[in-house]
Design a protein around this ligand. Structure first.
Ligand code: S3P
Length: 170
């Protein structure tokens, strides 16, 4: 039987490297619920890393897989759910998220460059991290804000402090 409208206890969105996985696992432990990450779901289903999906089949194909993975996780998971940084690019996904307690973990460009650097496992950052981060943030900031009920800034904070701020704010 499909669970009727329970949905995740919390959904984390925000740019890659902001700490969604680390903070999400801390939050799940604090709340006594399970943690789930749609990137992990995709990697498990595909049997290959995300960087390989991008290289072999392109970003558009990855986005289609991601859209389906997010819809499935929102329907099935009742714990803490973290979405990949680009999941909010899809308008259908944003519409689904309107029904859920979404928290946007934010960071500024300097913090993003410091945390991720030149990261070969992250296909969107492999040429010029600072320029690419600036463009990504400009293209996406309003989309994160649109889907979020709460925004928690992570700049200069430890994952424990961020988790605490999320619990205070929700
Ligand atoms: C992406 C973020 C990544 C992953 C993929 C694309 C993005 O997830 O889904 O590399 O477009 O921002 P994380 O935010 O979990 O790193």
């Amino acid at each position: 039987e499909a669970p009727t409208g329970a949905g995740p206890r919390l959904v984390l969105v925000g740019p890659m490297g902001v700490g969604k996985s680390t903070v999400g696992a801390l939050l799940a432990a604090r709340l006594g619920v399970a943690y789930r990450d749609t990137d992990d779901d995709i990697v498990a289903a595909e049997g290959r890393p995300i960087s390989e999906i991008f290289v072999d089949d392109g970003e558009e194909h990855f986005r289609a897989l991601e859209k389906a993975a997010v819809a499935a996780a929102l329907a099935e998971h009742d714990g803490v759910l973290a979405l990949g940084g680009g999941a909010i690019l899809d308008a259908g996904t944003r519409a689904l998220l309107a029904a859920h307690p979404v928290v946007y973990l934010s960071m500024d460009v300097d913090e993003a460059v410091r945390r991720t650097g030149l990261n070969v496992a992250r296909p969107l950052l492999t040429v010029n991290p600072r320029k690419q981060w600036r463009e990504l943030m400009e293209a996406r900031r309003h989309l994160y804000t649109e889907v979020a009920r709460v925004v928690v800034a992570t700049d200069g904070r430890t994952p424990e402090e961020v988790a605490e701020a999320v619990l205070d704010a929700t």
